[in-house]
Design a protein around this ligand. Structure first.
Ligand SMILES: Nc1ncnc2c1ncn2[C@@H]1O[C@H](COP(=O)(O)OP(=O)(O)OP(=O)(O)O)[C@@H](O)[C@H]1O
Ligand SMILES: [Mg+2]
Length: 626
């Protein structure tokens, strides 16, 4: 799925309807049958009352009349009333079967549609660049994948499929009413445009309220998600009451919006009831008058009232379809924003270069887009134009070289841009000249822009600053496999890697050892244990380039030294990048790069920067035991 752009909402809807369309078409077809069958019985009853019982000269619709005549006409039915009863029951039964088919096909289509929407969205979202995820709140994304998908489903599966039935019912009811008595029909129809116009009038205000409510819901779930993820911080800083108040306020606002919306809807439905009631009243009043005066038969009156009653529901649902349409329009817009965000993709001529080459950063500059505090979850993708974005520069003209197979240490204060530098090397972030970035990064003279992303990432092992463990056993986390691939885990190698990462001792202490469950639903590992799990994971992969982003920070100095010497043994031909705050971690590196506020201020072996007055020496002196 490469760079799919949905210019219009309809094109996205058709895309989602792939596979479920035929079910909905079948469902609509049966819906049409239901409508037609519903319209037949009142005619038969009118015929029975007038022609069979009342002996008047009234007819049926042409095709039914023909059938009645072949059977022997009104005279025959007068002696065989049960036949009419059976016909009425038969029509009703047929309608039931069609209703069943309508629902069944609808449910099938619905299930396919929802599955397709969720799968497509999920697949798209996990392929979106990290920078996109940086800019969009997780809670908001989840809300778009759940409640917005649900709104669209409801509209397509419940409202739109009903539309055919509704339109047939309205049109045929009107035709039949006109054929029975044009004058009375005009009275019945006169209020229909009023009801429809009224729905349209409400369409706008309801739509706007729904958009507000939806945005608020997104913000609310983002807030809840943030608080649950950071529950420890909230607890540790005693921020419960503050957070509760913040959530409470937002929640109250949300509820207030809902109440307002519901008020609006209540007015809408109640007024609709009033107009429909008035219409029924008019029809009965005039109908009875006509009947008494003799311009309408009793049977016709019965049929007419049935048709008029049939008209009420579809006209009202037409209003409902319209109001659901505005809700669905907003939801599909919110989903379209996700679907129109461009996935990471490789250029046509992406190469797979030899990764055991020198790494060079050449005049690399990088800026992050400045996030708006509120309302950044753009409903309109056009809002997020690159021109209007403010940028914050975090790397400025960074140039250095890492010879193949050597170990380089990067030292720098918090926020100096070290992690950003590594994310650029792994292409989790891109040097995008349109977004205030510049320069290039090469590996063995190949610009990494031209290297296949997957290949690049497979060959760069990165121990993230904040390692993330998936729900699974320790062994699974080290081997990065899921439960189904368990049999493929080579325990010998996993254990060897854990040993190098100085994790084995801790694991032995767990009763289940390597089978201990960790992650969200399991044992919580300490920060240092998590880091070591991540190190073991990387060692198992044996990538030609290894990055340790502050990966020994949560490890005591002694273990730090142990891991480093073990690593040195293991990774003789590997290019290693060590990021650290502790000088002892990287002072033995072949080269040290000192970063300050996004600029390289010093570089060389330990002896060179230490000889000069500068950041490196200041930090070194600070970290010496007194
Ligand atoms: N996703 C992001 N969006 C916007 N700004 C960011 C983002 N990530 C980092 N920054 C900013 O970029 C600057 C550099 O961050 P970076 O994570 O590269 O620092 P660092 O050197 O790794 O710091 P530390 O030693 O604390 O890990 C910081 O000022 C930070 O606020
Ligand atoms: Mg960092």
């Amino acid at each position: 799925m490469e760079g799919k752009r949905f210019k219009r909402q309809s094109s996205l809807i058709f895309y989602f309807l792939k596979g479920s369309k035929r079910f909905f078409v079948a469902s609509m077809l049966f819906g049409a049958f239901v409508a037609i069958l519903d319209l037949v019985n009142p005619r038969i009853i009118a015929y029975t009352v007038d022609a069979v019982i009342g002996e008047e000269e009234v007819g049926l619709p042409v095709f039914l009349q023909k059938l009645a005549d072949t059977a022997g006409g009104a005279a025959y039915f007068r002696t065989h009333l049960h036949v009419i009863a059976f016909v009425i029951a038969g029509v009703a039964l047929l309608a039931v079967l069609c209703r069943y088919a309508f629902r069944m096909f609808n449910a099938r289509g619905e299930e396919k549609l929802v599955r397709n929407m969720r799968d497509t969205l999920y697949d798209h979202i996990i392929h979106l660049p990290v920078s996109w995820h940086n800019e969009n709140q997780t809670g908001d994304i989840i809300q778009r994948c759940t409640s917005d998908v649900d709104t669209v489903r409801r509209f397509l599966a419940e409202q739109l499929t009903n539309l055919v039935r509704v339109v047939i019912l309205i049109v045929l009811s009107i035709v039949f009413m006109l054929s029975i008595n044009p004058r009375l029909a005009m009275i019945a129809i006169s209020l229909v445009p009023v009801i429809i116009l009224y729905s349209l009038f409400f369409h706008n205000s309801i739509g706007k309220s729904f958009q507000k409510v939806d945005d608020m819901e997104g913000r609310l779930s983002a807030m809840a998600q943030e608080n649950l993820t950071g529950v420890r911080v909230v607890r540790a800083f005693g921020r419960e009451s503050y957070e509760r108040e913040r959530f409470g306020k937002a929640n109250e606002k949300y509820v207030g919006m809902w109440v307002k919306l519901m008020q609006l809807l209540s007015i809408f439905w109640a007024t609709g009831d009033l107009v429909s009631g008035a219409q029924v009243m008019l029809v009965i009043a005039f109908g009875v008058t006509f009947c008494v005066k003799g311009s309408l038969t009793t049977g016709e009156l019965i049929a007419f009232i049935s048709y008029n009653a049939m008209l009420t529901w579809p006209v009202r649902s037409l209003g409902r379809v319209i109001s659901e349409m505005s809700k669905a329009g907003i939801s599909i817009e919110r989903i379209r924003y996700i679907m129109n965000s461009e996935e990471e993709k490789n250029p046509e001529n992406a190469v797979e270069t030899d990764m055991a080459g020198d790494i060079a950063f050449e005049h690399v500059s990088f800026s992050y887009p400045l996030k708006e505090a509120e309302g950044s979850n753009g409903v309109e993708p056009e809002d997020k134009g690159a021109d209007s974005e403010k940028l914050v520069r975090v790397l400025d003209d960074v140039t250095f070289k890492i010879p193949a197979g050597e170990t380089v240490g990067i030292l720098g204060g918090t926020g100096s841009g070290k992690s950003t530098l590594m994310q650029l090397l792994d292409r989790l972030l891109e040097i995008d000249e349109e977004k205030g970035c510049g320069g290039r990064i090469t590996i063995g003279d190949t610009d990494i822009k031209n290297v296949n992303r997957k290949y690049l990432r497979e060959h760069i092992g990165m121990v993230l600053q904040e390692p993330y463990l998936f729900s699974g056993t320790i062994a699974e986390n080290i081997a990065i496999t899921d439960g189904d691939e368990k049999k493929d885990i080579d325990m010998e190698n996993v254990k060897a890697a854990a040993k190098v990462a100085a994790l084995d001792e801790a694991i032995e202490k767990f009763t289940k050892g390597y089978e201990t469950y960790v992650g969200e639903r399991g044992v919580t590992l300490s920060g240092g244990q998590k880091q070591r799990t991540a190190i073991a994971q990387m060692l198992l992969r044996k990538p030609p380039i290894m990055i340790f982003d502050d990966s020994l920070s949560a490890v005591d100095a002694e273990t730090d030294a142990k891991i480093r010497s073990a690593l040195k043994e293991k990774s003789k031909d590997t290019t290693t990048i060590l990021i650290a705050h502790r000088i002892s971690t990287l002072m033995h590196a072949d080269k040290i790069i000192v970063l300050d506020h996004g600029r390289v201020v010093q570089q060389g072996t330990h002896d060179e920067p230490i000889a000069r007055d500068g950041l490196y020496r200041r930090i070194f002196e600070l970290q010496q035991p007194a």
